[in-house]
Design a protein around this ligand. Structure first.
Ligand code: ME8
Length: 527
């Protein structure tokens, strides 16, 4: 495994406020970044907003604002949402910032001088909401955008093109030699069959029909087409071409850094095909991984800002807390597959995992430590039974599985392993019957059970902390732990907590009343 990590989300369009789909991708990247930091790896986590383009210009006009005023407000809302969701990004790049614009212009000039870009005429089918040109075959007889399925129109204009033939062999070779470059693998096959095998078209990278974009220095009536502008954020944010580019050296040039772009299935084409080609043209290395996540729908319907069919994260956070939303997003559907948001699934998931499995275990354990040991966590003794030892063995096995799944971005599966461990701990209470041990005054037996439970809970919490950012500190506090005692270095230790005084607090996740909460969530979903 590499030693450093650079993880990015897509930079979102501030054409309307963020919905749960944006929160999904950003939360998953945050979990990964926090996990790496907790485990001691240097990590840089980037997100931001993609502020140019015709759609933004039009949306601003509709509300009588300049494009800049328009994006300022929404970019600010995105940043506030990330703060509320406890997103630990190291930077937030906006494509209207000077530091970015300069780099886009120089990237264009460099590729132009390389002979990778030429001036031609573009004629094709254009989808305004997706800001994409499509070919005749792609739009089919019905002339619908293959991405969003809305009608497209014929358009023609003078434009610069990026020659995709030149670097295709490099890209294909890289794909073959690096099986993890595109995950899940189905996304690679999709790219090959839909775009590469039928013959890749050159990419249009400039427009003249609107001016809300980065002007091309060589020919300022052109602005860069939004994808070339947008993709460049991943290097402009690190200070590429800047004298003070220590971040770029550390997180891009250094081969010891694993570069991971996480993107939704809707934009995988740009990241898998064109971005590596731009990088090749700049003589820069490819990212290590492009992880394509699935899209969430709302009650079975595609969620989209322009259709107004979205769930906003804020009211969910206000009512259920940051961790409930983060947990649902991470745990409900496997990262990489498509998912569905329904109020029923949300309420059930919180009740099942957080109220029942985690919440009950913490509550029961603290109650018993109070009752049997006056609130002091006991130590294991020599008389450990197989039952106790097995739980310790399961802990060690879980940590190994959790880490390797997380490293492979199988975030859902990795958190599920921790839930299995907590499930086993709940079962262990039933099997070890502390109440019977107490009746028989078997103090050494009770010590082992309470020590096992406390250690498993705390070590599981260390693994969940990257997701449950508000709950983990509450658990540490209720178990009376200092920062050192819940340091990740002890994650496999089964006896590192003895002697601390617990202070039981309120239940972590009160059980939600299903019908009431489903009605509430329905009332806040826009249709
Ligand atoms: O495409 N479910 O921005 P965008 C899950 N600016 N994730 C979703 C989602 C859904 N229903 N809807 C959106 C752009 N997303 C460009 C990106 S990157 C150089 C430029 C997430 O605001 C998902 O990650 O349309 C998707 O790829 C991204 O938001 C698209 O955001």
């Amino acid at each position: 495994m590499k030693k450093k990590f650079y993880i990015t989300t897509p930079i979102y369009y501030p054409s309307a406020n963020a919905h749960i789909g944006h929160a999904y991708c950003t939360t998953m990247c945050d979990i990964f970044a926090r996990n790496k930091r907790i485990r001691g790896y240097e990590t840089y986590f980037l997100t931001g907003t993609d502020e140019h383009g015709e759609k933004i210009q039009k949306n601003a006009e509709k509300v009588n604002k300049t494009p800049q005023e328009f994006v300022d407000e929404i970019a600010n809302n995105f940043q506030n949402l990330w703060r509320t969701l406890k997103i630990s990004n190291d930077d937030f790049i906006r494509t209207t910032e000077e530091r970015h614009i300069k780099v886009v212009q120089q990237v264009f000039s460099h590729l132009y001088q390389n002979g990778d870009i030429y001036l031609g005429n573009y004629e094709g089918w254009y989808c305004t909401p997706c800001e994409s040109f499509w070919t005749e075959t792609q739009v089919g007889e019905e002339h619908l955008c293959p991405d969003c399925h809305r009608p497209v129109h014929k358009d023609k204009e003078e434009a610069y093109f990026f020659n995709t033939k030149k670097y295709l062999p490099d890209l294909l070779r890289f794909m073959d030699e690096h099986p993890k470059f595109i995950t899940p693998i189905t996304r690679k096959n999709e790219m090959m069959n839909t775009f590469i095998k039928p013959g890749l078209e050159d990419l249009c990278i400039s427009r003249t029909s609107f001016d809300w974009g980065v002007p091309i220095l060589e020919n300022p009536k052109h602005v860069t087409y939004v994808w070339m502008d947008a993709l460049t954020n991943y290097i402009s944010a690190l200070g590429y071409l800047n004298e003070n580019d220590s971040l770029f050296k550390k997180f891009w040039l250094d081969e010891e850094t694993e570069i991971i772009h996480v993107v939704g299935a809707d934009i995988s084409r740009f990241h898998i095909i064109y971005w590596p080609m731009f990088l090749k043209g700049l003589n820069l290395r490819f990212p290590d991984r492009i992880f394509v996540h699935g899209l969430l729908d709302l009650n079975g319907e595609k969620m989209s800002k322009s259709r107004g069919n979205v769930v906003s994260p804020l009211p969910l956070i206000e009512r259920y807390g940051v961790d409930a939303l983060r947990w649902f997003l991470a745990r409900e559907f496997s990262f990489g597959s498509d998912g569905r948001f329904t109020p029923e699934l949300f309420v059930e998931r919180i009740n099942l995992d957080l109220a029942n499995n985690l919440g009950n275990l913490v509550n029961r354990t603290l109650t018993m430590i109070n009752k049997y040991f006056d609130g002091i966590i006991p130590s294991h003794n020599q008389n450990m039974r197989d039952l106790d030892k097995n739980l310790g063995d399961l802990l060690v096995k879980t940590v190994d599985e959790y880490e390797s799944l997380m490293d492979d971005l199988k975030i859902t599966e990795s958190l599920a392993k921790v839930m299995e461990l907590l499930g086993a701990a709940n079962k262990y209470i039933e099997e070890s019957e502390p109440w019977t041990l107490a009746k028989a005054s078997d103090i050494s037996g009770l010590e082992n059970v309470m020590a096992s439970l406390a250690n498993v809970i705390i070590n599981a919490t260390m693994m969940l902390e990257c997701c449950l950012v508000e709950t983990a500190p509450k658990i540490y506090q209720q178990f009376g732990l200092s920062k050192k005692q819940h340091s990740y270095e002890f994650v496999k230790e089964f006896n590192h907590l003895a002697g601390t005084k617990i202070s039981k607090g309120n239940p972590l996740f009160p059980r939600l009343k299903k019908d009431e909460e489903i009605a509430y969530i329905n009332s806040i979903s826009q249709h």
